[in-house]
Design a binder for this molecule. Structure first.
Ligand SMILES: C[S@@+](CC[C@H](N)C(=O)[O-])C[C@H]1O[C@@H](n2cnc3c(N)ncnc32)[C@H](O)[C@@H]1O
Length: 234
């Protein structure tokens, strides 16, 4: 299954399985140091956690543009006169052409860009849209024990790779936060991995890998590593 199918298939379950993403989105919004911004762009907006936290934290805007490549996720995003929803793939250079260069006060993204196929291209294009980009991204240290036990290479970028690419286009500050999510048994944990979208459809576990993990996984929690980045275009 590809990534868009995986996110679309579980779109209506996202709220039940997004504990970590919700804490992460709240933190991204808390990084915003403006009480008002005219036009905000949210890349990989999903069903609207960033929008909801901005409203809760009383950050004012005239236009909120939600971008996502899952139509099902966009359907679940709040709708209002000030919200524009655009079907958009951050892996496609052509899709960036529909956006206005330097046209936004702030670009935001939370828990989405780890699925960029070419992070260099994606970040270069994003850096042309606005001077400010505040975002979170999961790193390859997410599920680190599970990957070690299963002898699996993480399908997402390491913290070092992310920082290296960011530094090409931005002056940035970084904060790394580790999260843990507790489970009462290993089957619940495996179900979470399948339904939360954190596996992103990039790589399904094989039967043998699952068997090995069930037998040997030593923790009753999953590990997540998230980098929070406040970036200003160079
Ligand atoms: C884990 S969700 C995060 C959603 C939201 N930002 C939040 O914090 O809850 C990741 C989102 O990124 C979207 N996504 C993944 N790859 C994408 C791509 N190539 N282009 C646009 N959106 C993408 C998915 O459809 C999904 O809605």
């Amino acid at each position: 299954m590809n990534i868009v199918e995986e996110f679309s298939r579980f779109a209506n379950l996202y709220d039940r399985y997004n504990t970590i993403q919700s804490r992460v989105a709240e933190r991204v919004v808390s990084m915003i140091d403006m009480a008002e911004c005219n036009r905000v762009l949210d890349i990989g907006s999903g069903n609207g956690l960033i929008y909801k936290y901005m409203v809760t934290q009383d950050i004012k805007f005239n236009e909120f543009i939600a971008l996502d490549f899952s139509k099902e996720m966009l359907k679940l995003h709040p709708t209002s006169k000030s919200i524009k929803k655009i079907y958009f793939d951050f892996n496609s250079r052509e899709d960036f052409n529909i956006l206005k260069k330097n046209g936004y006060d702030l670009v935001i993204s939370s828990s989405a860009l780890q699925w960029s196929r070419d992070l260099d291209m994606t970040l270069r294009e994003i850096s042309r849209l606005s001077n400010l980009f505040y975002f979170s991204i999961f790193t390859s240290a997410t599920f680190k024990t599970l990957h070690r036990i299963g002898n699996i290479k993480s399908p997402i970028y390491s913290r070092e790779e992310i920082e290296q690419i960011i530094n090409r286009y931005y002056t940035a500050s970084y904060e790394v936060i580790d999260y843990r999510l507790q489970f009462s048994n290993i089957y619940e944990m495996l179900r979470y991995i399948k339904r939360s979208g954190v596996s992103g459809g990039k790589r399904q576990l094989s039967y043998m890998e699952i068997k090995n993990i069930i037998k040997n996984y030593p923790l009753d929690y999953l590990e997540f590593e998230v980098v929070f980045i406040k970036a200003t275009s160079k």
